[in-house]
Design a protein around this ligand. Structure first.
Ligand code: HAM
Length: 411
């Protein structure tokens, strides 16, 4: 037997219902906030991913699926979609002719070569919202509350953990402070962090190997190095979030595993600490990738993690009708009825196999059908159809030409 690759999964049954429920709730919510859907390729030029997410990040240094195509081009299965959306924004000039913020959302699979465990897969699905041309804190607030509201609508309790990485001056000051602090301890750091110390010291804060060590516990905290401007922006964000009733906490250890952020970063966490989603502001990524200077912010939620945590009852599907037929003539007539009723929007099914009437009754019960249409050759010759109402427990024969009217009146 050939099995699915490690870290992947099949979605069916109850999970499929949850998956589709979440997707449809998100589609509805996105159209309410005037966000357009965007679909980008599952693979991109490796350079795009490496330049956006950052060469020293864990994602790029350890987790990407990179490959050469038949012409030797280096491609990468997308580990996230922010870089792709930015690429598309630039390539298709989606920023042109608009003075207002531009909102795009996506829903699709991402790929990271991680050690699979509960809630951590190699292929997983993200919903993400990216907002461009947004230069006030209102957009950060709208984006943060959007993720929070979607989680609430799914019955998922979460807290948003927020940090401020400030402007470039803040990060310069902070980088100097970290380097001064870590210099005497350099030999105690893991090999990756030794390399990060030279190339990108901020990435050290995201290290999963050294996290929890004594050195990390006393590390300088970025919010102590914020410039006055960054400090007041952070205060403003906090006040707005209080105003919007978002349950949040400050967590100065959040730096996020991707290089493109400035100012605010955050993670939505369930009570067990699992990150359901995360995001932040990334004002320089568009210009870094060759586009104009456009502000941006956004977040993404991990759909599998939402499925694990959601607490919403998904209504059992109620079928409108199941048609029972045994003889070839009955089956032919059933097929025609099924087709006609479906075209009018009714959920109708019939057995495609040579099943006995008894087993067809059983299946109809399982489907939870409101109506049973029991065809028999004698009735058909008279142009009649026998309908049983499974809820009212009534049964009657109607003219075959009246069936649509009967459905519209009784459903
Ligand atoms: P991220 O924090 O890397 O951010 O991923 C967002 C969410 O995707 C995580 O919080 C988690 O729920 C889910 N996720 C990540 N890795 C896995 C995995 N291996 N298995 C299952 N779920 C996973 C981003 O990707 C950014 N692009 C978010 C963003 C959008 N920032 C700005 N705009």
């Amino acid at each position: 037997m050939i099995l699915k690759p490690k870290g992947t999964y099949d979605v069916y049954g109850e999970d499929a219902k949850k998956y589709r429920f979440i997707e449809s709730l998100i589609n509805d919510y996105m159209s309410l906030m005037n966000a357009g859907f965007i679909r980008t390729p599952i693979f991109e030029a490796s350079e795009l991913i490496h330049r956006s997410v950052g060469d020293e990040s864990d994602i790029v240094s350890k987790e990407t699926y990179d490959f050469l195509d038949r012409k030797g081009r280096s491609l990468t299965l997308r580990p996230e979609a922010t870089a792709s959306v930015v690429r598309s924004l630039i390539e298709n000039k989606l920023y042109a002719n608009t003075a207002d913020a531009i909102k795009y959302y996506y829903f699709g699979t991402m790929y990271r070569y991680e050690r699979p465990q509960s809630g951590r897969n190699r292929e997983f699905t993200q919903f993400g919202l990216e907002v461009f041309n947004c230069n006030t804190i209102l957009s950060d607030v709208e984006v943060i509350s959007c993720g929070y509201d979607i989680l609430s609508a799914l019955g998922i309790e979460c807290t948003v953990y927020i940090n401020c990485l400030g402007d470039s001056e803040t990060r310069e000051r902070y980088t100097t402070a970290i380097k001064e602090y870590l210099a005497p301890h350099i030999d105690e750091l893991c090999d990756d962090c030794k390399a990060r110390f030279l190339k990108n010291p901020l990435r050290i804060l995201d290290c999963k190997v050294d996290a929890g060590s004594e050195i990390f516990k006393n590390m300088p905290v970025i919010t102590d190095y914020l410039t006055d401007e960054s400090k007041s922006k952070f205060e403003e964000l906090k006040n707005f979030l209080i105003h919007m009733d978002v349950d949040f906490e400050i967590d100065t250890s959040i730096v996020r595993g991707l290089d493109y952020y400035n100012d605010f970063v955050y993670e939505y966490k369930a009570s067990d600490g699992l990150a359901l989603g995360g995001g932040g502001r990334y004002d320089t990524l568009v210009s870094k990738l060759g586009g104009p200077s456009i502000n941006a912010c956004g977040f993404a939620l991990g759909i599998e993690r939402l499925m694990m945590n959601m607490n919403t009852n998904i209504d059992e599907d109620i079928f409108d009708a199941y048609i029972l037929a045994v003889s070839p003539e009955e089956k032919l007539q059933a097929l025609k009825l099924v087709n006609m009723l479906r075209l009018s929007g009714f959920k109708v099914s019939m057995s495609l196999n040579d099943a006995s009437l008894k087993s067809q009754f059983k299946y109809a019960d399982k489907l939870n059908s409101k109506f049973l249409i029991i065809l028999n050759d004698d009735d058909l010759k008279l142009g009649l159809i026998n309908i049983k109402d499974n809820i009212l427990k009534t049964e009657e024969k109607i003219d075959e030409y009246d069936i649509l009217e009967y459905f519209f009146e009784n459903l």
